[in-house]
Design a protein around this ligand. Structure first.
Ligand code: FES
Length: 153
């Protein structure tokens, strides 16, 4: 991870500017950014840990206490998706997975989160899982997704 972070140095005007990429590097590897990583990133970037923590806490994306699931699903709750049943799909996904939005299944396979507009309103209601957008969601498609994650049979 240290080498990956250092590889960003020539691409940015200052070490501080590498804060966000560094957080992403750690998150990609650990699925969260524990406090120890914040301290080590700060050391690497010649910053105070509070500066790194400020950036981390500004973005809801980074979890700090525990890793998110192997798959992290972002279900859109903005207007187009909400009008086309997004909230119902989110509720269905969470009920079937046995979690609340923002939580991870006990087996660590899936985290379900709220998202604001994903920029795919044409396919509302939709969800981003990993790098894949799932559009025109229905309860059936949601079940298929949960099966593909190994959360339900
Ligand atoms: S409102 Fe859901 S993708 Fe835009």
């Amino acid at each position: 991870m240290i080498d990956e972070i250092k590889a960003y140095f020539p691409r940015y005007p200052s070490r501080q500017a590498v804060t966000l990429p560094a957080l992403h590097v750690v998150n990609d590897h650990l699925r969260h950014v524990p406090m120890q990583a914040v301290v080590e990133i700060a050391e690497l970037l010649d910053l105070h840990p509070a500066q790194v923590q400020d950036t981390l806490s500004f973005y809801g994306f980074f979890k700090q206490d525990a890793p998110h699931g192997e798959t992290r699903a972002w279900v859109c709750r903005s207007i187009s998706c909400a009008l086309r049943g997004g909230e119902e799909v989110l509720e269905h996904l969470c009920r079937r997975a046995g979690i609340q939005p923002g939580e991870t299944t006990k087996d660590g396979k899936l985290t379900i989160e709220f998202a604001e507009c994903l920029g795919a309103c044409d396919f509302a209601p939709c969800m981003l899982a990993g790098d894949e957008v799932h559009g025109d969601l229905t309860e059936e498609k949601a079940d298929e997704f949960l099966r593909s994650c190994g959360v339900v049979e």
